[in-house]
Ligand binder design. Sequence first.
Ligand SMILES: Cc1cc2nc3c(=O)[nH]c(=O)nc-3n(C[C@H](O)[C@H](O)[C@H](O)COP(=O)(O)OP(=O)(O)OC[C@H]3O[C@@H](n4cnc5c(N)ncnc54)[C@H](O)[C@@H]3O)c2cc1C
Length: 426
Amino acid sequence: MYDAVVLGGGYSGLAAARRLMHGGAGCLLLEATGGLGGAGRCGQVAGESVEWFYHHIKPHDTFLLDLIGRMGLESSLLWQETSMAFYLEQRLYPFSRPQDLLRFAPFNLADKLRFCAGMLTSRFTQSQNLAGVSAKDWIVRHWGQSVYRKMMAPMMRNKFGIPPERVCAGFLHGRIKGLAATKAKGVSGEMLGYLDGGLDRLTRRLGEELAQSAETRLNSPVTALERTKEGYMVHAGGRSHAARVVINTLPLNYFARLPVNFSFESRVKYQGVACALMALEGPLELPYWTNILEPGFSCKVVVNQSRLGRHRANLVYCSAYLPSEHPLITAPADEVRELYLKDLRAMAGPVELMDCLVTQSPVATPVFDVDYRQQIHNLQGRLPGVFFAGNATIYPHSRTLSSVIGSGRQAAALALERLASGAEAA
Ligand SMILES: Cc1cc2nc3c(=O)[nH]c(=O)nc-3n(C[C@H](O)[C@H](O)[C@H](O)COP(=O)(O)OP(=O)(O)OC[C@H]3O[C@@H](n4cnc5c(N)ncnc54)[C@H](O)[C@@H]3O)c2cc1C
C-alpha cells in the first residue's frame, strides 16, 4: 500500500509528489499520457523542443522560480523586456508604453482618461473583495461603457470564453494587477522570463529526482476510485493501487466520473484551447504579444515566441480559448492550422510555414465564473483523505505554473499531516 497516490503528472502533481517524497511518504504518481508536465509539456517543431502552449515566467512567479533554483537551472533563465499590441480595425496598435495609449485611435480623449482612472482604481482594490462581482459591472463602473465596449468586452470574451457579465471580477482584477507587477522600473514593456531549452528541461530534472524514491507510471489513465477501510483503491491502466491518501490534480469534471462507492459532485466547468505553434520561413514584424480584437478572426492571440528566449527557428503561436464543446477543439490539426494561417497572413502579410504543431484540449482551465469561489468552497474538506491541487483550486490569482506548484505543495502538506495523524478514510 502506498502512503499517497497523486493523480496527474502536470506541474501541480509533480510538485505534490516531490513534497510528499521529501516528507518521507511512499508515493505513486499516475499520468494518463506518455510524458510528464501536463499543459507545460514541450513538442518538437523545426527540430527544436518548445512548449506546445506558449509559456512565459513572471518575476513574481515565486514557487516556479524557487523550483527552477532547486533543480539547478537558475542560470538558464533568460529575462527580456517584451511588448504587446492590439489588432483591430485591420491595424496593429502598440500598447506597451504610456504614449501608446495617447496614440490609441479607437479611444477618444474621454476613453483615455477613463482608462487611466480604471487602472488607478484597480491598484487600490483587493481581488478577494471582488468575489461574486461581475467583471462587466466592475469595468463599466470604473472604466466606463465606451472602454468596456471597445476593448475590455472583446478581450474578456477572448480570454475567459464566457460572456463578460458571467466573469468573476476577482480574476480580471488579478490579471490586471499581475500585468502591473511585471512592469520593471526603467523599461516600458513587461519583463518576462523563459527557460532556455524549454520547460521540458525542468520537467526532466523533476522526473529524475522523483525516480530516487517515488514511483511514476506513465500511460496510466485513472479510470476509477474506490473507498476502502484503509483509504482508497485507485484503478489505472488496468492495475489497482491501494493508498492511504489521494491527491487529485485532474480537472474536477474528470474526477467526478471516478468514484465507485461514494459520490463527488462539482459545478466547475472548463474551457478548452486550440493552439498552433508555427515555425516560419522568416521573422515576423510583430511584438511578443498581440491581442486580436478584430471580429471574424478564429485566432485570438498571436505570441511571437522568437521575441522571448533563444530559438533557432522563427516561432509563433496562434491560439484561442474556446468553449470545451467548440468544433475547433476536436477539428483535425490541418483545419486549425489553415484557419490560423489565414488570420496570421491577414495581420502580418505573406508568411511561409516550415513546420507546425497543433495542440487542442477541452480542459485548458476552469471557467472563470462569477460565483467561482462558491463552486470550490470547502473543496479540501469534501472527501476524507482526498486533497485537491491544480488549476481548479486557484482563486482569485492567475492560474499559472507557479500557482499550481504552490497548490501541489499545499495539498501535499495537508496529506502529510493526515498521514502523521494516522486517520483512516472511513
Ligand atoms: C494556452 C495556455 C497558455 C499558458 N500560458 C502560461 C504561461 O505563460 N505561464 C504560466 O505560468 N502558465 C501558463 N499556462 C497555465 C499552466 O500551463 C497551467 O496552470 C498548469 O500547467 C496547470 O498544471 P496542472 O498540473 O494543474 O494541470 P495539467 O498541466 O493540466 O496536468 C494535469 C495532468 O493530468 C493528466 N490527466 C488527465 N486525466 C487523467 C487521468 N484520467 N489519469 C491520469 N492522468 C490524467 C493530464 O494528462 C495532465 O498531465 C498556460 C496554459 C495554457 C492552456
